[in-house]
Design a binder for this molecule. Structure first.
Ligand SMILES: NC(=O)c1ccc[n+]([C@@H]2O[C@H](COP(=O)([O-])OP(=O)(O)OC[C@H]3O[C@@H](n4cnc5c(N)ncnc54)[C@H](O)[C@@H]3O)[C@@H](O)[C@H]2O)c1
Length: 354
């Protein structure tokens, strides 16, 4: 059995998890590890039997010619890494959310990828959690009737969390295409973060199948009392004509239908979510089954996020797909007042400097 040769770039929290789970799968062989941080590099290399290691992703990609180029660096160097991935001729490119921080950068990524035959996957892997799957099963099984609304709430800031909220809620709506968005935002503190974002953004999406999306992300979002842990205080779900079903990232799920109330457990955990995500990469390479985290779905969600930022900065409804590109973070910097965020939760104050 030939194994797909994998190069993993960026060995922080997410890169290590990707490298470990590729390594653990019989169809993959991690042939290279890359990080500019020597300590991180040697630490991960030692655990994975010391494959080739280095600090220059482009040189390693040229040298190794991997089947899979996986990068888990911070979001500011997306197009740079995608160019390296495309140039080395990888059959599959896997990278972390968000697709980019601005539509200018996202469009560069899309253009680079459109000139390549590579399959592309973006890591929205929470969906493999059994609680996320249970909610999908309830919705797809018709238990909540005809879906009219999908929604997502999180307290972490948008470049971390909104991409997740949008992707899973769009999954619950069978990835119907978004037509327009409208939004408001507040708080400039996280505009200078590595995951540059407004401190709070709230908005609406109209999907082509008539379903409405409602999102609140950041320090002004309502509490999710079902969950204790701050990063896990996310509510993602759908309401239909017969009830609702929703997942709590850090604590299970619930469906309220005309047949009664169903609940179950589940907590977002990389070790539980990554095996399915990696298996679907193998299946896409081998059998042609399109990965549920394919770039096409991720990019549609990314445009929702950029549309929300744009609407918050400029006002009005923003039509999707976006007709042009912009630096939405710069737009928000100009548009948002310097007033500190009014945070909902006491524990959000240190994050949002308020
Ligand atoms: N899908 C999820 O559940 C999830 C969870 C957390 C973070 N993320 C995303 O994963 C990405 C990485 O996050 P993280 O928390 O692992 O970050 P991190 O800062 O822990 O790791 C990034 C690593 O990239 C390395 N790096 C930076 N520039 C490099 C370069 N030019 N070449 C090689 N290595 C380079 C850094 O030294 C660091 O080790 C982000 O986009 C983040 O949004 C996703």
């Amino acid at each position: 059995m030939t194994r797909y040769r994998v190069l993993v770039v960026g060995l922080g929290k997410r890169g290590r998890s990707h490298a470990m789970h590729f390594h653990a799968h019989p169809r993959f062989q991690v042939v290279g590890l890359c990080d500019i941080d020597a300590a991180r590099l040697s630490e991960t290399a030692a655990v994975l039997g010391n494959p080739q290691a280095g600090a220059d992703a482009a040189a390693m990609a040229r040298d190794l010619r991997p089947d899979v180029f996986c990068f888990c660096t911070l979001p500011h160097i997306r197009s740079e890494m995608v160019r390296v991935a495309v140039d080395c001729g990888a059959r599959l490119i896997a990278f972390e959310k968000p697709v980019a921080l601005t539509s200018e950068e996202g469009r560069k990524v899309k253009e680079l990828l459109s000139g390549s035959p590579a399959k592309v996957v973006v890591s929205h892997q929470h969906r493999y959690g059994k609680h996320y799957q249970a909610v999908k099963a309830a919705i797809a099984g018709g238990e909540i009737g005809k879906v009219h609304t999908v929604y997502g709430v999180a307290h972490g800031w948008a470049a971390h969390m909104l991409s997740h909220l949008i992707d899973y809620s769009m999954w619950y709506n069978d990835y119907a295409r978004p037509r327009w968005v409208v939004a408001q935002a507040a708080g400039r503190h996280k505009l200078s973060d590595a995951h540059a974002s407004p401190d709070y953004v709230a908005g609406f999406v109209q999907f082509e199948n008539g379903v409405r999306g409602i999102y609140e992300c950041g320090g002004g979002a309502p509490d999710v009392p079902e969950v204790q842990r701050w990063w896990g205080k996310n509510r993602i779900g759908a309401t239909g004509t017969e009830g609702y079903a929703e997942v709590y990232t850090g604590n299970g799920w619930k469906a309220v239908t005309r047949n009664g109330i169903s609940t179950g457990d589940g907590v977002m955990a990389y070790d539980q979510d990554m095996p399915g995500y990696i298996q679907d990469i193998a299946d896409w390479l081998e059998c042609g089954n399109v990965h549920p985290c394919c770039f096409e779905n991720a990019y549609a969600g990314f445009e929702v996020m950029m549309g929300l930022f744009r609407s918050a900065a400029r006002g009005g409804q923003v039509t999707l797909p976006l007709p042009d590109s912009a630096d939405e973070i710069e737009d928000l910097r100009r548009a948002l007042s310097g007033a500190p965020l009014q945070a909902t939760l006491e524990e959000s104050r240190k994050e949002y400097g308020c």
